[in-house]
Design a protein around this ligand. Structure first.
Ligand code: PEP
Ligand code: MN
Length: 357
């Protein structure tokens, strides 16, 4: 159940409704409000409200509307918000704003190395991906590596280099945060916080990304063995904790065939657009693990309706410290940018001409 609060309610009326909701939910946790599209809302478990209390709430002067959402995720559901959300990135660090998602938005291309390796590598790659047409620079400073003996990232130094690359190119930056205690620090540098596949159900991390003061947009990658409902519930954690700026990223799920690193579940893109108002982007690099598959699967992602791509790009992929096999060159990126933009334009025009069934 989602309770939208009346903006004209007095503080006593608000306190009264909050106390009532705390009683209904058994005071398990403090009830918190979230601003979604300028509207203050609270979501609580449907089970905790019977018909009598629903009527009491509906008539309460602090309550504007009650919305009954039947799925376990609520605030991210399209039942609650029918229009697609768009998220503005980059304003916090005085970059030209980039809009991700929303109706008929052009796809946003994020590109850069898997990991920040050195100043020289990052700055030259940042200039090259900008030249190729990317709008956001990616680069991991904290890397979740399968083996403890692999390169783990440059840490804070990597974040400082990303900030330098942003200053040099004007591109907003996206970088991964792996632990709750680091959210505030990474958010000082990043324009988008990336929560990786391995951490999709790290609930303390999701809560920290929801609660942190700067409310940076969060790119939530799909856990490689997660169902769509689990993924949407992970997004719900962030939104319910106070940060509505969540972008979903399909990056492939694990299956039995080692030919590709993962299986790219592109059917999730149109399905998510039915289920949620959050923007959806795709990552053809981690989804396939093979650079030759990145251009065709980038096109496929856009054709499926993704609102953006995140692509690993390296000046010398074969010498990359991380994920070189799936990294492409800036020249290949430029061709992907050109083709996918044309494709998106064509699809938008075609869809505008197609009568709704
Ligand atoms: C990455 O973006 O480099 C990464 C580690 O991604 P994922 O969490 O999808 O594996
Ligand atoms: Mn990677």
């Amino acid at each position: 159940m989602i309770i939208s609060l009346n903006s004209t309610a007095s503080s006593e009326e608000r306190a009264d409704v909050m106390a009532h909701l705390c009683r209904l939910t058994g005071n398990q946790k403090p009830v918190s409000t979230v601003q979604i599209d300028g509207q203050e809302v609270i979501a609580i478990d449907q089970q905790s409200i019977d018909e009598y209390n629903a009527t009491l709430l509906k008539d309460h002067p602090a309550v504007a509307t009650l919305t009954n959402v039947k799925t376990p995720y609520q605030l991210v559901s399209r039942v609650f918000k029918s229009t697609r959300s768009s998220i503005v990135v980059g304003e916090a660090h005085n970059c030209d704003p980039v809009v991700i998602g929303g109706e008929h938005a052009a796809p946003v291309i994020m590109a850069g190395p898997c990991a920040v390796e050195s100043r020289e590598q990052l700055l030259s790659t940042a200039c090259a991906v900008k030249e190729a047409g990317a709008q956001i620079l990616r680069g991991g400073a904290f890397k979740p590596r399968t083996s403890p003996y692999q390169f783990q990232g440059l840490g804070i130094e990597g974040l400082q280099l990303l900030a330098e690359a942003r200053a040099a190119t004007g591109l907003p930056i996206i970088t991964e945060v792996m632990e709750p205690a680091m959210v505030d620090v990474v958010a000082q540098y990043a324009d988008i916080l990336q929560i990786g596949s391995r951490n999709m159900q790290n609930f303390p991390l999701l809560l920290a990304a929801g609660r942190h003061a700067q409310k940076r947009p969060v790119l939530l990658k799909r856990g490689f063995s997660s169902t769509i409902d689990e993924w949407l519930l992970a997004a719900e954690y962030i939104v319910a904790a106070g940060n509505p700026n969540v972008i979903l990223c399909e990056r492939g799920i694990r299956s039995y065939d080692p030919q590709t690193r993962n299986v790219f579940d592109l059917s999730c893109v149109p399905l998510l657009h039915e289920l949620t108002h959050l923007p959806v982007i795709v990552d053809p690099s981690h989804a396939t693990g093979r650079r030759e598959l990145v251009p065709p699967m980038s096109r496929a992602g856009i054709a499926a309706g993704a609102e953006g791509l995140i692509i690993e790009t390296h000046l010398d992929p074969n010498s990359a410290l991380c994920d070189g096999r799936q990294s492409i060159t800036p020249e290949q990126l430029q061709s992907i940018v050109r083709t996918t933009r044309q494709l998106a334009r064509l699809l938008n025009e075609e869809m505008a001409l197609t009568p709704v069934a």
